[in-house]
Design a protein around this ligand. Structure first.
Ligand SMILES: [Zn+2]
Ligand SMILES: [Zn+2]
Length: 350
């Protein structure tokens, strides 16, 4: 019989790693939930209590621990590499895409991500810890704005409360040795029909980074859509134009055509006003499409390669965006998330 491979990460790390890998591999969230729930259930108990529960066979009595997650915990507590973890590493731990590796390695952070305050699946701190584990220097938290009710967009009041939570998370991280990481304050603000933004100027001014995206009336008339987008990208409060065409190319949500607008006019305005064009890395978006990515490149735009992560494992999607940017021949110096955090923060204020 083969010896068990040893594992000293402990049960919480094993469960979190399995969840991360499944999310990274775009597995259904219901499969992932069990592992995140079990990690959350045993974390506050402490290692000794968990080991005791394994020893006396009462692990399954802990709410949130099921059959498959109990097996992971038992194996990790015994110091063996959990079989489920080994399988997830084998299936989902390899490179996501071929190409763009050099550029990917230069990315210091990510300007677009969601927590369970809007339509993400994980708490703010879990997103932050996962970004740290990926070696990021910063992560911008950009939950949705109020009008996107389906995504539980944040009212000004909830956003104000979230900013206090971000401060608390950063205070906590500063107390951990060698963290050097900052969770930055942001928003993915809806661009309303007339091009105005779905959050008060006062709240927008309290944020580090503002991504503005169209989420409604995606098929409006091209002239009206162009005016709408021009107003947004010329707004001095907007730093990044999110997923500009709104298209969906694959995946569980089906497909959706690109919005029609004068891309040359919009990208010229982005270049003029220093608004970054987002390269949205989500595999079902791949937005902008290649011809528009090349147009924005030729018009002198700067870019942000964003994960638009709705779960920790999706933070790794930056690899997909880096591959597309490299294939389009966009130099690292034009990609704002290759810049130092100080440079980036000076740019968003400028
Ligand atoms: Zn969006
Ligand atoms: Zn988003």
């Amino acid at each position: 019989m083969a010896e068990h491979e040893s594992y000293d990460g402990g049960p919480v790390a094993a469960l979190r790693r399995i969840a991360f890998l499944l999310e990274r591999g775009r597995q259904d969230t219901y499969k992932v939930k069990a592992f995140r729930a079990a990690a959350a259930a045993i974390l506050p108990l402490g290692e000794d209590a968990v080991a005791a529960a394994v020893a006396d066979g009462t692990l399954r009595r802990i709410e949130g621990v099921g059959a498959s997650t109990a097996k992971v915990v038992e194996q990790a507590v015994r110091g063996e590499l959990p079989e489920r973890l080994a399988r997830a590493e084998a299936e989902h731990g390899g490179p996501l895409v071929e190409g763009g590796e050099e550029l990917h390695a230069l990315l210091r952070g990510d300007l677009h991500s969601h927590s369970d305050w809007s339509d993400g699946g994980s708490p703010i701190e879990e997103m932050a810890f996962s970004a740290i584990e990926l070696g990021r220097e910063y992560q911008v938290l950009t939950d949705h704005s109020p009008r996107l009710k389906i995504a539980r967009g944040l009212s000004a009041e909830r956003l104000a409360r979230q900013l206090d939570v971000v401060d608390a998370v950063n205070d906590h991280l500063a107390g951990l040795s060698g963290a050097g990481f900052t969770l930055l304050k942001g928003i993915e603000v809806d661009i309303l029909d007339d091009g105005s933004l779905d959050q008060s100027d006062d709240m927008l001014d309290r944020l580090d980074v503002r991504v503005a995206s169209v989420h409604s009336k995606l098929q409006m008339d091209a002239d009206a859509m162009t005016r709408r987008m021009l107003a947004a990208v010329r707004n001095p409060r907007v730093d990044v134009l999110g997923h500009c065409t709104g298209r969906l190319v694959t995946g569980g949500r089906g497909t959706r055509a690109e919005s029609a607008f004068d891309a040359r006019a919009v990208f010229e305005a982005c270049a003029e006003s220093g608004t970054a064009v987002e390269i949205n890395s989500r595999p079902e978006r791949r937005d902008p499409p290649t011809r528009l990515l090349e147009l924005a490149r030729d018009l002198g735009c700067v870019f942000a390669i964003d994960s638009d992560a709705h779960a920790p494992g999706q933070l790794d999607f930056l690899a997909y965006g880096a591959e597309r940017a490299a294939a389009a021949g966009i130099g690292a110096e034009r990609i704002v998330n290759t810049w130092s955090k100080e440079h980036l923060l000076a740019w968003v204020k400028g």
